[in-house]
Design a protein around this ligand. Structure first.
Ligand code: DOR
Ligand code: ZN
Length: 351
């Protein structure tokens, strides 16, 4: 197959940051994607509906002229979040989901939730009104090995929560393990999972073999090869419970390339090329549209996009910049470590 036309994709998990970084990265998403769920882990985080409204306006202002892109806003769940504020945000259409960061799990998560009990009033309200909870599914207990944090989270936090509040709609974000995939597949309802581009491509060797490679470090950290294969099988299966959430997370190079580097991989610019490569390798190009453009909107109760994009296979490798320059500094682009041949062409339908 030399070319494939699919509905315009969405990104169901994206970090756009703020200020000069936001301005430097937004076009890499809005050029290709119609909508994205915007992560609220700014400094300070997006905690209230008022914060989310202001952040949404800053995002729209940073959009290049002519790009049509809809940011879907989330609230950062804290132990003090007001159920009424969440409900108001949801009912007004501003808030698409609430994000749970266990405190200390990742970048800017120190204001997250330590004691789930304290978040129960908000979670109960969300279950009542049908607002989804997006979950960073890792425990932070120091005695749990970092490679086991997702599996332990499922057993000790997520499963008890879902048993207690079966009506709560939960998105397990950036699933990285076979355990996560199995858990989602076993659920009867109200559970889905997003999968990143990079976790379909790298395993933990990418970070550690031949030297420490900070640009492959993210959280949840990439796992063993068997987990990567389980993610690939789920992503290409067409199963409606799995969809794309890139978790593209820009950090300037000096903050990645240092003694205590930040977690995050920047994939916005080459995600669709990488995904077409993966789906082609798996003999599943016909299911790329389900993963990138159909399953996500169905889960969030939104219509799929009407516009289409065409990806075309080039004989010569498609070259992406090794890093992009932003007003905040340089950001290294994810290198899949194989040549990419698929390119997003001019959109089939203008917008
Ligand atoms: O790798 C990551 N980077 N994982 C996260 O959960 C947060 C993100 C970020 O904000 O940089
Ligand atoms: Zn993230």
């Amino acid at each position: 197959m030399q070319s494939i036309t699919i509905r315009r994709p969405d990104d169901w998990h994206l970090h756009l940051r703020d200020g000069a970084m936001l301005e430097g990265v937004i076009a890499d998403t809005s050029r290709t994607f119609a909508r994205a769920i915007i992560m609220p882990n700014l400094v300070p985080p997006v905690v209230t509906t008022t914060d989310a409204k202001a952040y949404r306006e800053r995002i729209l202002k940073a959009l290049p002229l002519g790009h049509r892109f809809q940011p879907l806003m989330t609230l950062y769940l804290t132990e003090h979040t007001s159920p009424d504020d969440v409900e108001e945000g949801a009912r007004s259409g501003l808030i698409t989901a609430v994000k749970l960061y266990p405190a200390g799990a990742t970048t800017n998560s120190h204001g997250g939730v330590r004691d789930m009990e304290k978040a129960m009033p908000v979670l109960e309200r969300m279950a009542e009104i049908g607002l989804p909870l997006c979950v960073h599914g890792e425990v932070t207990t120091p005695d749990v090995d970092i490679f086991d944090r997702e599996a332990v989270f499922i057993d000790t936090v997520l499963d008890p929560l879902r048993k207690r509040l079966p009506e709560l709609k939960v998105t397990m974000e950036h699933v990285t393990t076979a355990d996560g995939i199995d858990y989602i597949k076993a659920a009867k309802s109200n559970l889905a999972g997003s999968i990143t581009t990079h976790h379909l491509i790298i395993n933990r060797n990418a970070i550690l073999v031949g030297g420490i490679r900070p640009h492959y470090y993210c959280l949840p950290v990439a796992k063993r090869e068997n987990h990567r294969l389980a993610l690939r099988t789920a992503a290409v299966s067409g199963d409606a419970r799995f969809f794309l959430g890139t978790d593209s997370a820009p950090h300037v190079d000096p903050l990645k390339e240092c003694a205590c580097g930040c977690a995050g991989i920047y994939t916005s610019i080459n995600t669709m090329s990488c995904l077409a490569h993966v789906f082609e390798q798996e003999g599943a190009l016909d299911r790329l549209e389900a993963f990138a453009s159909l399953n996500g909107p169905a889960w969030y109760g939104l219509p799929p996009n009407e516009e289409r994009i065409t990806l075309s296979r080039q004989a010569e490798p498609v070259v992406f910049p090794a890093r992009i320059e932003t007003g905040a500094g340089p950001v290294t682009v994810f290198d899949p470590m194989f040549p990419l041949h698929w390119q997003v062409m001019q959109r089939a339908q203008a917008f």
